[in-house]
Design a protein around this ligand. Structure first.
Ligand code: NAD
Ligand code: TYD
Length: 354
């Protein structure tokens, strides 16, 4: 079996590739190597079973060539722009990669697989953010929850999910979609909450919590996510969507306090890390709560998360403490931890219309 994984140099794509290789699958990784890419995470994979093609999923000619050259049976489509704050600052790249890029991948798969025999599958990796935001006592998102994306990132992913559905319905492309909650774990680019807070804590810099800090996310370890994708690839029903979640809802402030406490235990600093927590102006349009009902994938395919958040978080903090060389290069060269997504215009518009 040969898998074409897009965005495999990213955080989740990398975990999925390691999982596929461990299962004996040959992998071709098509990745543009944006700021978020970490090819290092795949450096130890066997060259006879793993191949990186550097390129853009929006490049139709290149994508066609990749299909013709490598003849994949399966596509796992992870490539995307993924950070909500960056989507507030510059939405265009999100529409390009997430919408046009998904269209390009779907159409190239349709062309290449048409009339060819085999058990092809196109698995689209999506997010729970397509469902919008929940109130404190609303039931968790199910696969039937209507889409109501709030951020440019979420809207671009929702658009991509609709394209996937349409290519399945109209052309019979064998599509499956997973909508997963917030991931954490090794190799996550330090712009997202958990790695950003770990690095700020290690360096004893201020830890910026947006607004009151009571926004809720449902956390899942990235390797549990990779297991879920493998399960869907093997046993998922074509055309189906599967919610994937950690059943681990926490307020941001609680997550940040746990990171402080683990760091104090493993790398004592100049004082209690909680002293570094700062409440800073909120993200524009900040979603209050995400929670995923992963009942379908549990009942129908037998998948469930295996790591508790506390164990997974402790391992993740330790991993960042042990892999300083990787993230120090990022901090020095590509992203120093500065605040993103302040959206001065949005604030001005909100004030003007208040
Ligand atoms: P990431 O930002 O860590 O990595 C994205 C990867 O895609 C990078 O290697 C980048 O170079 C590549 N890429 C971006 N645009 C590309 C393009 N036009 N052509 C080729 N490659 C391109 O992302 P991630 O956190 O690993 O997320 C992977 C997927 O999972 C995304 O589709 C995301 O929407 C989804 N997802 C993420 C989370 C999360 O918590 N991070 C949760 C649920 C779903
Ligand atoms: P993030 O990791 O960006 O994921 P998402 O926005 O996709 O859920 O953020 C997780 C939560 O943490 C979200 O509610 C925003 C909040 N947050 C902060 O409070 N401070 C930060 O510096 C960042 C990056 C996020």
């Amino acid at each position: 079996m040969t898998a074409l994984v897009t965005g495999g140099c990213g955080f989740i794509g990398g975990a999925i590739i390691r999982r596929l290789i461990a299962q004996g699958v040959k992998v071709v990784n098509l990745d543009k190597l944006t700021y978020a890419a970490t090819p290092d995470s795949l450096a130890d994979l066997p060259p006879d079973r793993y191949r990186l093609v550097v390129g853009d999923i929006c490049d139709t000619a290149l994508v066609r060539t990749v299909f013709e050259t490598h003849q994949p049976d399966i596509v796992v489509h992870c490539a995307a722009e993924t950070h909500v704050d960056r989507s507030i600052d510059g939405p265009a790249a999100f529409l390009e990669s997430n919408v046009t890029g998904t269209f390009t991948m779907l159409d190239a798969a349709r062309e290449w697989w048409a009339g060819r025999k085999g058990t092809q599958r196109f698995v689209h990796i999506s997010t729970d953010e397509v469902y919008g935001s929940l109130g404190p006592v609303d039931p968790a998102f199910t696969e039937q929850t209507p889409f109501a994306p709030s951020s440019p990132y979420a809207a671009s992913k929702a658009a991509a999910d609709h394209l996937v559905r349409a290519w399945g319905h109209t052309y019979g492309l064998p599509v499956l979609t997973t909508n997963c909650s917030n991931n954490y774990g090794p190799w996550q680019f330090p712009e997202k909450l958990i790695p950003l807070m770990i690095l700020s804590g290690v360096e004893e810099r201020e830890m910026p919590v947006y607004g009151h800090g009571r926004n809720v996310r449902d956390w899942l370890h990235v390797e549990d996510h990779a297991d879920a994708v493998w399960t869907v690839l093997q046993n998922g029903v074509t055309g189906q969507t599967y919610n994937v979640g950690g059943n681990s809802e926490l307020q941001n402030i609680d997550v940040v306090r746990r990171i402080c406490d683990r760091l104090d235990e493993r790398a004592p600093g100049a004082g209690d890390r909680r002293r570094l927590i700062r409440h800073v102006p909120d993200r524009a349009g900040h979603d209050a709560r995400y929670a995923v009902d992963a009942g379908r994938i549990r009942r129908e395919l037998g998948w469930r998360p295996t790591r508790s958040f506390d164990r997974g978080l402790a391992q993740t903090v330790d991993w960042y403490l042990e892999n300083t060389e990787w993230w120090k290069t990022i901090r020095a060269q590509s992203y120093d931890g500065r605040r993103l997504g302040v959206a001065k215009d949005a604030t001005a518009i909100q004030l003007a219309t208040a």
